[in-house]
Design a protein around this ligand. Structure first.
Ligand code: PRX
Length: 576
């Protein structure tokens, strides 16, 4: 049975009710790239910004059900833009500001946005990125876009474009000027609990990113509950999630979860090593952060720089340390617990996905005696029923076993569909194990019944904590005239007769991936090979390639479907 309610837009839960009780409480701390230059925004100010932006969008024709693309780094205007969309019933589509113009264009086209909100330039790690220029390039192939609102992050001038030079119609507007014309009160739209709150694009195992759809009531409820119980959040805490708002972690734990709970949330614009590897911990000391939530990739990087960068700063305010995005290895877990948390803060290794809306498997420190095993995601959150499946699709009931991780019943935060492609949604998540939601991950359940995530089972990989489909990179690499095929990270087969310099070709391929997707998606290593290991039906056996890279000859598993078993050994020799 589906119970539906008509509600005021979600934004009322995140803003208005807190303004009622504690208007001067700090809602956002914008931790700008330049250390020590943070900006604090109270709930009253955030509501005012949101209302002005909501009125601006309404005046400019954005209606309930439309989709607005937000291409901005973490900042108060980006959060207010998300909330303004929610207030007027428009869906937001935040695109990670590290994505290239082409990746942005693909997401704008798929979402059919008519409106884009961006900044003139981004600033990260002391470097300036040309975000408005990327929007201009993207819009050359996005005919649906009628208007662009531009915020000024730097003082450098920005080129503003007219929509139609003859008619002198304006396409680009300065957002602050537009906001100044607006009223401070903006009536929230009445929304159905199942209306769309946002789209967020993520990678799947094909080349085309999917716009996952999250809805009003269930998503917010789940983000708020998990934020409170997983991190042991209490009133007045300062919550420091360092994820970018372009990812689901930023949506649920920089924006919606903390704001729904009336918390003070940090928007981190910088990098873990700018201006030095003490950045996170200096920020913890300065902002008195109580919960810190980050990615194993950053922790692994920081532990190499040594403990002195952590010891230099007072971290006594910390209560809970969270990890997300990829498996956390024991060394990083121990370091996080022992050095960063001085051995007194629980480390919560939280497993979840863009699809799940919020944390699904996690230790729960709010239960005082809950055991936590290093490197394990441990237990299901309230209402989550994890199930492991064997290769034949049968439920594995025993412990000390591994299988495909599925979830047996729906939960409030789950994505409802893929924008414009419900068939892909059911094929990807519902059909592999009928009656269950298939996560795409493998997991191990220990003797005690605790869960450990073992990694993706499909062709999705994790690069520095960012999820990317190998097919997306492959699409770019194979589009170069001289390659015919590529494998994970990245084995490239050259067309017969091509005698290019490998170094030069690697450079060109990297440039192409960076231009078409994003810099982070560039292969670290390109290996030119004569052919790839394939099944007899022609599918590339990526797990074999992965083992080759890991030099794990013993972990090969079943090779009976390999078209030429000698292939593996050939590749292995070639790699060495
Ligand atoms: O493979 C899992 C990995 O990240 C995937 C989800 O990526 P994305 O949708 O971008 O969301 C990332 C932030 C929630 C999962 O399918 N993953 C996420 N958290 C963990 C993890 N792998 C192991 N341990 C985790 N704690």
């Amino acid at each position: 049975m589906c119970i539906r309610f008509l509600l005021c837009s979600r934004v009322v839960n995140c803003l208005d009710r807190h303004v009622h009780t504690c208007p001067e409480r700090v809602a956002l701390i914008w931790e700008r790239d330049e250390p020590g230059s943070e900006v604090k925004i109270t709930y009253r100010q955030l509501l005012e910004m949101t209302c002005r932006l909501g009125n601006m969008l309404r005046r400019r024709g954005v209606r309930k059900g439309d989709c607005v693309t937000i291409y901005m780094p973490p900042c108060p205007l980006a959060v207010a833009s998300m909330l303004a969309c929610a207030r007027i019933g428009a869906a937001h589509n935040v695109v990670f500001a590290g994505f290239s113009a082409e990746a942005l264009a693909e997401r704008i086209r798929d979402a059919q946005s008519s409106t884009v909100i961006t900044v003139n330039q981004g600033v990260r790690g002391g470097k300036v990125t040309e975000l408005k220029k990327a929007v201009d390039t993207a819009l050359q192939s996005c005919p649906t876009v009628q208007q662009v609102f531009v915020a000024m992050r730097t003082e450098n001038p920005v080129a503003m474009t007219a929509r139609d030079i003859v008619m002198e119609e304006v396409r680009d507007h300065y957002v602050i000027q537009e906001m100044q014309k607006e009223d401070l009160v903006c009536e929230p739209a009445a929304m159905d609990s199942e209306d769309v709150l946002f789209l967020l694009y993520t990678s799947g195992s094909t080349g085309k990113p999917k716009g996952l759809v999250h809805t009003q009531a269930g998503y917010l409820l789940y983000a708020a509950l998990t934020h409170k119980y997983v991190f042991n959040y209490s009133d007045g805490d300062v919550f420091g999630c360092v994820a970018d708002i372009g990812w689901i972690t930023g949506h649920s734990y920089s924006v919606y979860g903390p704001l729904a709970n009336g918390g003070t949330t940090v928007l981190f614009e910088s990098t873990p090593i700018y201006p030095d590897p003490g950045r996170y911990w200096e920020m913890v000391q300065r902002l008195k952060i109580n919960q810190f939530y980050g990615a194993p990739t950053a922790l692994r990087l920081l532990l190499k720089y040594g403990d002195q960068w952590v010891h230099k700063y007072d971290r006594s305010t910390l209560k809970t340390l969270g990890s997300v995005g990829e498996p956390i290895n024991t060394e990083a877990w121990e370091w996080y617990h022992r050095v960063v948390g001085d051995g007194r803060c629980p480390v919560v290794d939280t497993w979840w996905q863009t699809e799940t809306g919020g944390i699904c498997i996690t230790p729960r420190p709010s239960e005082p005696d809950a055991e936590i095993v290093p490197g394990m995601a441990m237990r299901p959150f309230f209402g989550i029923e994890p199930v492991l499946m064997d290769t034949e699709g049968k439920v594995l009931t025993s412990n000390d076993t591994s299988g495909a991780l599925c979830i047996a019943q729906p939960w409030p935060g789950m994505a409802r569909t893929i924008h414009n492609d419900h068939q892909r949604f059911t094929e990807t998540y519902c059909q592999p194990y009928p009656g269950y939601f298939f996560t795409g991950d493998g997991a191990y359940r220990s003797k005690e019944g605790y869960y450990q995530i073992t990694g993706r089972l499909d062709d999705v990989i994790n690069v520095s904590g960012h999820r990317i489909g190998t097919a997306e990179i492959e699409d770019v690499v194979v589009s170069k005239d001289s390659s015919v095929s590529s494998g994970v990270y990245a084995f490239v087969v050259l067309k017969k007769g091509v005698n290019a310099q490998e170094e030069e070709l690697s450079r060109q391929l990297n440039n192409m991936v960076s231009k078409k997707i994003a810099k982070y998606a560039c292969p670290d290593f390109i290996q030119f090979v004569h052919r790839l290991p394939k099944t007899r039906s022609g599918k590339i056996m990526r797990r074999v390639l992965r083992k080759v890279v890991e030099q794990d000859l013993n972990g090969l598993g079943d090779l009976s479907t390999l078209d030429d078993p000698a292939m593996y050994y050939a590749l292995n020799r070639c790699y060495k």
